[in-house]
Write a protein that binds this ligand. Sequence first.
Ligand SMILES: Cc1cc2nc3c(=O)[nH]c(=O)nc-3n(C[C@H](O)[C@H](O)[C@H](O)COP(=O)(O)OP(=O)(O)OC[C@H]3O[C@@H](n4cnc5c(N)ncnc54)[C@H](O)[C@@H]3O)c2cc1C
Length: 693
Amino acid sequence: MESRQPNSTDEIDHDQASSARRIQRLSSHLYPQPLDGAGAEMAVALMACAGRAKLDVDTELLSKYMRGRYRDVQQGVYDYFNSRPELQTPIEISKDEHRELCMRQLMGLVREAGIRPFRYVVQDPAKYFAILEAVGSVDMSLGIKMGVQFSLWGGSVLNLGTKKHRDKYFEGIDNVEYPGCFAMTELHHGSNVQGIQTVATFDPMKDEFVIDTPNDGAIKWWIGNAAVHGKFATVFAKLMLPTHDTKGVSDMGVHAFIVPIRDMKTNKPLPGVQIHDCGHKVGLNGVDNGALRFRSVRIPRDNLLNRFGDVARDGKYTSPLPSINKRFAATLGELVGGRVGLAYSSVGVLKIAVIIAVRYSLLRQQFGPPKQPEISILDYQSQQHKLMPMLASTYAFHFATSHLVDTYGEMKKTHDEELVGDVHALSAGLKAYVTSYTAKSLSTCREACGGHGYAAVNRFGSLRNDHDIFQTFEGDNTVLLQQVAGYLLKQYKEKFHGGTFSVTWNYLRESMNFYLSQPNPVTARWEGQDHLRDPKFQLDAFRYRTSRLLQSVAVRLQKHSKTLGSFGAWNRCLNHLLTLAESHIETVILAKFIDAVRSCPDEKSRAALKLLCDLYAMDRIWNDIGTYRNVDYVAPNKAKAIHKLTEYLCFQVKNVAKEMVDAFDLPDYVTRAPIGMQAAEDAYTVYTQYAGF
Ligand SMILES: Cc1cc2nc3c(=O)[nH]c(=O)nc-3n(C[C@H](O)[C@H](O)[C@H](O)COP(=O)(O)OP(=O)(O)OC[C@H]3O[C@@H](n4cnc5c(N)ncnc54)[C@H](O)[C@@H]3O)c2cc1C
């Protein structure tokens, strides 16, 4: 954004005076002045409750601790787009222009800036996700387009194919000469992938597969990169092999095939491939989603991505895995990287929103005690309650998703079976939990910034619209949470057959007996801060809830399955199962946050993180206080103390909110919204300039 020069000395004086006024307001907020009347009473009450002075946070040291290994690569992304204003997405842009711009941005990143994410998809996933997060914060459409190209299309070739596929396609995918799609969803089947109907029939005479869309419901729908740019697609279809019986063909289950869809030179659809545009969407309009229909499209046998199942020249089928279900699970299991990326990027979106909302709430002044200056809106308890638990959750999710990325990287290296199951459930759970939380928070942040939150330039609209679909693609959140619940129940069942819980879940091993005994009537009454802020109490409370939910749903499922069958019983207990999954994920998040606090080497940063961690824990317990009260895990006096402590922590976190959002270390270029500028004082200046004053 161009900076405007003041025209006259008067204007300079006016600007300086108004700057001084705002700085003074801001500092009076940071070091509150004494109030009188009700305001003073409130302040005194809060300060008394605070007990301690405002924490001293060294933003730089905290940032250093938070920063991943690849902050420099992310900086490369920011610097590149900062240096290329013509590649920055304007506020107003048509769908078609946005799609073209998005493609130019991707090309620029790869070919001009030399940032090549594809090679890290398997080699160093943490680096890949760091690039994805940075690119997504520049424009979320670009992040998704990049994800489609490298993680979905490219990732399917690397993870489901074998050496011959890597050798043939790696370079073209890497330098975007082969833009591609991931064509799984059909008009009639999204979540239920096993229900897809596209078929790939082997023709032994010609040594080819014939890809067909048997009916309208089997048209591939929502396929990213398909409407305009894609030259290839990984098409998921049922593999049909000829047999000598009366049926003539045998269904071998869902497999993936590389299907060229457009001519490399003319970009026209290839014979038999019909392509339509899915049109203007609620968000992500830089991504060209399209629909694909296949009419007897022939591809060579080699185009079967054959890691988990292969067809020989004579039509004989071989697989290292014994059943259709096992092959299907292995195929989908290779695709969890997309979920890891979405969970991680969703935290990136949440950071941006929280930064903008907190900075603006510190700057914005409305009302105040009689005859006193107006106060910052973040001094209102209601505003603190909207934003401070959200700030705490952002930190919590940061550590949890960083852990997920590391575990995923480890799994890619070792292929350890236990880790595979763990990562599958953890990525499903964190993706579902974090993206749902972020989606809700984006609306809260918009509202917290009042009318100015509604200006497109301040970003909440595009963030909200672009991010919303994170809840649905790469697995609908409700469906994913059921996978988490299913995994927990499987572990629970195995335990009773003498098995053990795997790493992420092993708290349940000790907890099942311990937590399911009657709550201790003495500790249920303890209400001191030392007790409530003890990580042991917090984790125990979370684990207790999960253990009870797990045990009670197992009993209910068993009871209902006698009359309703297993599908009916599952449906009867569905809400219970979803609550169980969320409770488990919250427990994992808290455990990771507590670990991160403990491991922080800088004392001041540790104290600040501890404050946020306590707020995260108390806020969640308070939100579910009914559950704890119902079983007398928490006595009435303790419930009251938890509520008071939550308010106190919100207030304390508010006092360090500026430092805590600064520590996310995102440049103004990324937060971009004028009302979210790093130096709060610039916010109004840039905003008024934007409006042409
Ligand atoms: C912008 C965009 C981009 C996309 N990109 C791609 C792409 O590149 N490639 C691709 O293959 N696909 C893509 N998709 C498709 C996406 O993956 C699917 O939309 C998603 O998997 C959900 O499927 P669905 O839309 O059929 O929803 P459905 O499965 O029909 O779900 C609809 C509702 O029913 C509920 N529901 C469904 N099953 C259950 C159940 N068992 N229990 C309880 N509730 C249930 C869900 O919670 C949801 O609320 C994209 C979609 C969009 C919108």
